[in-house]
Write a protein that binds this ligand. Structure first.
Ligand code: SAM
Length: 463
C-alpha cells in the first residue's frame, strides 16, 4: 500500500516541487509509480494561476474521490498552490480528500502519509482530513532532492527561491507562494555540483522572480546583484555546459546581468522575459514597474551582448480596461521584439487580487478573439525565425531519444527543439547538427560529420 502517483498541474516550479516530494517519499520507502491506475496514494500538485487550472484539478479530484469512497485504503491528497489558496474550503466540494498540503509544507508530506497509513493499519478512525497550509520558516530550503531515474538525465531544474513580492495586480502567486525567500547560494551551488557529478549538463534555475534572488540578504560587491554572482558560481562548475533560468522580471535586467551574457558563454542565446502587455496604460494598471520603451531597451541591450539572442515571453490579453488600441500595442511589440515563442493567456479573474474588482472587465469572446489574433502573429513569427535557421549548423545539447524513440532530440543554445538521427550514446554531449527543415517550434537535421560531437560551451562562439 505504498505506491504513490503524483500528478502535476502548472509551471516548472510545480514540476520541481513534485520531484522533490517524490525524492523524499522514495527515501522513506514509498514507491513512485507512473500511472494513477497502479497507485495506492494519489497526490495532485495543483496550480492556481488561472481559474481553468483550478477547475481541472478539482475535476480530477472529484473523479478520484469516487475511488476513495469505493476503496477505504486509497489515499487522495491535494498539494501546492490550490491547496494553499483554498485550504479547508476544498473539503466542502471534496469531502473525501485525506490531505491538503500548502506550498510551505511539501517536505512534511512523507510524515503526513506515514501517519495516515499507521492510523488506517491500526484501525483508528481519522475523522477530518489533514489540512496544513501555514507558513514555515526555511521551507524554501526543502526543495532540494532529485529523483534519479533509470536513464541518463541531461537537464535538471534547481529551485533557488520561493514566493514573490512583486504584487502584480492580476496575480495570485504572492498569496499562494508567500513572501520572497531565497536559498543560500552555497546550497544551490552544491546541488548543481552534485547534479553535474551525476551527468547533468544543463541546469535551469527556478524562481518566481529569479532576478530578485538574494535581495537584501547577500552583499553586493562592486554593485553586482546576488543573482549575477550565483550565475558566475554555477558557470564555474565543471560538467555544466548550459545555464538557463526562469522567470526573470524585466526590472531585474540591469547592466550587470546584460554584461554577464558577454562574459559567461554557458548562458545560452535565449531569455524568457515576461512582458504581459505592450501598452504602458495596461502595464501601469497591472502594477508592472517598467514601460514598453524600457522593455525594448532591455531587448536591445541583450541583443547587443549576443546578436543571436532569442526571446520568449508571457502575455495576458483582455486585462480589465484593455482597449483595442492597447491590444494593438501588444501586437506591434510582438512584431518589434520578434519572439521565438510566447505563452499567451486570456486574463482570468483571481478572487482577492486588485484586478478582480477593476472596472472594464473584457467579455470572454473578446478575450478569445485577441488570444487567437495574437497567437496567429506569434506563430507566423516563430515559423519565420525557425525557417531562417535552415542551412545553419547548430550546437545541440543531446537529451536522448525523441518521442518516437527512433531519433534523438535536444535543444539549441537558443532553446529550440531539434530532432535528428544519431547514436543513443550521444545523450549528454554537445553535437553539431546541420538543420535541413523546420516547423514552428522544431528544427530537423542531421549530424554534421565534419564536426561530430563538440567539446564544450566555448565552442559555441565558433558556430
Ligand atoms: N513571475 C513571473 C512574472 O511575473 O514575470 C511569471 C510567473 S506566473 C506563474 C506565469 C504567467 O501566468 C504570468 O507571467 C502571467 O502571464 C500569467 N498569469 C498570471 N496571473 C494570471 C491571470 N490572472 N490571468 C491570466 N494569466 C495570468
Amino acid at each position: 500500500m505504498n505506491r504513490v502517483h503524483i500528478k502535476t498541474y502548472g509551471c516548472q516550479m510545480n514540476e520541481r516541487d513534485s520531484e522533490a516530494v517524490a525524492a523524499m517519499l522514495r527515501a522513506r520507502g514509498y514507491r513512485i509509480v507512473g500511472s494513477e491506475d497502479d497507485c495506492d496514494i494519489l497526490l495532485l500538485n495543483t496550480c492556481s494561476v488561472r481559474d481553468a487550472a483550478e477547475q481541472k484539478a478539482i475535476g480530477k479530484a472529484g473523479y478520484a474521490s469516487a475511488r476513495r469512497r469505493r476503496d477505504p485504503d486509497f489515499v487522495l491528497g491535494i498539494l501546492g498552490c490550490m491547496a494553499q489558496n483554498r485550504g479547508a474550503d476544498l473539503l466542502e466540494r471534496l469531502p473525501d480528500v485525506d490531505l491538503i498540503v500548502g506550498t510551505q509544507k511539501f517536505h512534511r508530506v512523507p510524515e503526513y502519509l506515514d501517519n495516515l497509513r499507521a492510523a488506517r493499519e491500526a484501525g483508528v478512525p481519522i475523522g477530518q482530513a489533514i489540512v496544513e497550509t501555514g507558513p514555515e520558516e526555511g521551507s524554501q530550503n526543502a526543495i532540494r532532492d532529485h529523483v534519479e531515474g533509470p536513464g541518463r538525465q541531461v537537464c535538471a531544474f534547481v529551485s533557488i527561491q520561493q514566493g514573490c513580492d512583486m504584487n502584480c495586480s492580476f496575480c495570485i502567486v504572492p498569496r499562494t507562494r508567500g513572501d520572497e525567500r531565497s536559498r543560500p547560494m552555497d546550497d544551490i551551488v552544491r546541488e548543481c555540483e552534485e547534479l553535474a557529478g551525476r551527468g547533468v549538463r544543463e541546469v535551469t534555475l527556478l524562481g518566481q522572480i529569479v532576478t530578485s534572488y538574494g535581495r537584501g540578504g547577500h552583499p553586493r560587491p562592486g554593485g553586482e546583484s546576488p543573482f549575477v554572482r550565483l550565475l558566475e558560481r554555477v558557470h564555474e562548475i565543471p560538467g555544466i555546459e548550459r545555464i538557463r533560468f526562469t522567470s526573470p522580471h524585466p526590472r531585474g535586467f540591469r547592466r550587470d546581468l546584460a554584461q554577464a551574457y558577454s562574459r559567461l558563454p554557458k548562458l545560452g542565446e535565449h531569455v524568457h522575459l515576461p512582458v504581459q502587455s505592450g501598452s504602458n496604460a495596461v502595464l501601469r494598471a497591472m502594477n508592472r514597474p517598467y514601460s514598453r520603451e524600457r522593455y525594448l531597451e532591455i531587448v536591445a541591450m541583450l541583443r547587443a551582448a549576443r546578436p543571436a539572442m532569442a526571446f520568449s515571453t508571457d502575455i495576458i490579453v483582455g486585462f480589465p480596461g484593455e482597449t483595442d488600441d492597447d491590444f494593438e500595442q501588444t501586437r506591434t511589440l510582438c512584431e518589434e521584439v520578434d519572439y521565438d515563442m510566447a505563452y499567451v493567456f486570456k486574463y482570468s479573474v483571481r478572487t482577492g487580487t486588485p484586478a478582480a474588482s477593476m472596472p472594464g472587465q473584457v467579455p470572454d469572446e473578446e478575450r478569445e478573439r485577441r488570444n487567437q489574433a495574437l497567437l496567429e502573429v506569434l506563430r507566423a513569427g516563430s515559423l519565420r525565425r525557425s525557417t531562417a535557421l535552415v542551412g545553419t549548423v547548430q550546437e545541440v545539447l543531446v537529451e536522448g531519444p525523441d518521442r518516437t524513440g527512433a531519433r534523438l532530440t535536444g535543444r539549441t543554445r537558443a532553446n529550440r527543439a531539434v530532432v535528428f538521427d544519431g547514436p543513443a550514446g550521444l545523450a549528454g554531449s554537445l553535437a553539431a547538427v546541420a538543420v535541413s527543415s523546420a516547423s514552428v517550434s522544431t528544427l530537423y537535421g542531421s549530424l554534421e560529420p565534419a564536426r561530430g560531437g563538440l567539446q564544450s560551451a566555448a565552442c559555441a562562439a565558433s558556430l
